[in-house]
Design a protein around this ligand. Sequence first.
Ligand SMILES: [Fe+2]
Length: 296
Amino acid sequence: MQDIIAPVQTAYVVGGLILILMIIVFVYFESKGFRVVRYTFINEKLKKSSYRFVMISDMHNCVHGHDNKEVLDAIDEVKPDAVFLAGDMITSSMEPKFEEDNVLKFLSAVSLKYPVYYGIGNHEEKLRRCPESFPGVYDHYCKELNKLGLRLLINEKVSIEDAGIDVYGLDLEHEYYRKLKTKWIPNDYLEKKLGKNDRNRVSILLAHNPEQFDKYALWKPDYVLSGHVHGGIVNIPPFGGVISPQLKLFPKYDAGLFYKDDSVMILSRGLGTHSIPVRVLNKAELIVVDIHKEVS
Ligand SMILES: [Fe+2]
């Protein structure tokens, strides 16, 4: 009898090990690389016939190819009018030492070819808020960014005149990234921080935290560019992303397009990872957006 049981047990063990190995290989390849995701909108307020931009969020100092060659090639392939950054290009937590080199090298290469507009996320905000943990780093980082000639938008607006576009960068305080229980921004928060939104022009709001989208929509931006959630890390169709950085299970906003009144939020899965370097059915993404003045 024992002669029969032993081979059966061995078969279960070997089968189990093969299954675990297959899962590890699957998760490894799911967590590597990125895909290009494209969205198209019609907006009659646009002054040109069309405007194309690339959106990147949550790069977290990661690289795709040597010196991010794969990302640079993907941008060159679509020849955008501009590149918009929706925050967390760097990582400022859970790291023994702050590293910014990859992202500065990448941004240096991008800003040589394209106008770049940078709205900050909670990781850039943490560098500024915690100088004791990161002495001098925030100032150094901003100085390096300014040298590259890109536009860092900290509660600021910049106008792209030939296209009739206003780009706003929202600097959201730490308390509005609160874990578990959300603290909502006041209804007039955006107007106080950014001024009035000129509804005759196309408005693009770089706002890292998507959780506050219903509040952003009160200010009526045409497009909100967000990230932060990393697609919920693990995506279980049809339920979506599993967990947000605020530790909320199945967050309302995980990735894709979301509409509220006159606004659409373009929510990126991010281009990198941090702390938990894993993605499942939730590939990193670089987003390409085309706005056309009219239906062609
Ligand atoms: Fe974030």
